[in-house]
Design a protein around this ligand. Structure first.
Ligand SMILES: NC(=O)c1ccc[n+]([C@@H]2O[C@H](COP(=O)([O-])OP(=O)(O)OC[C@H]3O[C@@H](n4cnc5c(N)ncnc54)[C@H](O)[C@@H]3O)[C@@H](O)[C@H]2O)c1
Length: 244
């Protein structure tokens, strides 16, 4: 079902987004790869093309609304309506309320929440016209619990969980599934490297082990799993909690 269909993956240069993009390309999907790290993205695109993938790297700062709109317009013009949009890019810089500036706060919120809105709005009509689709936001334990020194990342993750629930309800009429996904295990990525404790690092897993849950989510529409928080497990399975 996914072979030949389009996907959009943000934060695809490294970490979990790279693992998801690689799994989609391996499933025969045509993948738009969005990331601010154009240098790494070009290497990823070359690697996936060498393995037979059809991918389009798009360098974009997702904190910038206009650039985000241009990037998704480019992806849509190239591949048409995506079967799945995965908004995975995020920035976590731990800072207390005393330390953080408004500009720093706004940057993290924009990458996580503003970009989620702009990207989803851009694919909404094309997905309706295509008869359905699947939207996935990367959430976190920070999407429902508070953590110290996360005054930007945490409300951003709470925000995408709210957007997910509202769009899942609206999407039922149009056969669009909207879900939030979380790593069900600590993952070995650049983000974790700078934020995890040594004991967390002892049990972290390769993000490629979590990719099967994202292949499953790419196949969903409103008749399947929607309005859920899906925790991707390292054994290739997933646990899903209905939030509607
Ligand atoms: N690492 C974990 O254990 C963990 C836990 C819970 C949730 N998550 C979530 O999973 C997702 C992926 O996490 P990760 O660990 O792979 O992160 P990561 O930092 O390793 O990778 C994030 C990617 O997003 C890109 N990115 C950052 N800012 C950007 C911007 N302004 N514009 C475009 N791209 C930008 C980065 O270049 C990078 O390629 C994130 O949404 C994160 O919040 C991760």
């Amino acid at each position: 079902m996914l072979d030949g269909q389009a996907a959009v993956v943000t934060g695809a240069a490294q970490g979990l987004g790279y693992a998801i993009a690689k799994a989609y390309a391996a499933a025969g999907m045509r993948v738009a790869l969005l990331d601010v790290r154009g240098d790494i993205l070009e290497r990823v695109a070359a690697e996936l093309r060498a393995a037979g993938g059809d991918v389009l790297p798009i360098t974009v700062d997702l904190a910038d609304a206009g650039a985000t709109q241009s990037a998704i317009d480019t992806a849509l013009a190239h591949y048409g309506a995506p079967r799945v949009l995965v908004h995975n890019a995020a920035l976590l810089i731990t800072r207390s309320m005393l330390e953080i500036s408004f500009e720093q706060w706004r940057k993290e919120i924009n990458i996580i929440l503003q970009a989620a809105f702009i990207l989803s709005k851009a694919v909404w009509r094309p997905m309706i016209d295509a008869g359905g689709g699947s939207i996935v936001y990367l959430s976190s334990g920070s999407g429902y619990k508070g953590f110290i020194e996360e005054v930007a990342y945490n409300p951003g993750k709470h925000g995408i969980e709210g957007l997910m629930k509202c769009l899942a309800l609206e999407g039922k009429e149009f056969n669009i599934a909207v879900n939030a996904a979380t790593p069900g295990a600590p993952i070995n990525t650049p983000m974790s490297d700078s934020n995890y404790t040594e004991s967390q690092k002892q049990r972290w897993v390769d993000p490629e082990l979590l990719a099967p849950a994202f292949v499953f989510l790419a196949r969903q529409d409103a008749s399947g799993v929607t309005g859920h928080r899906v925790a991707a497990r390292a054994d290739g399975g997933w646990d899903a909690i209905d939030l509607l």
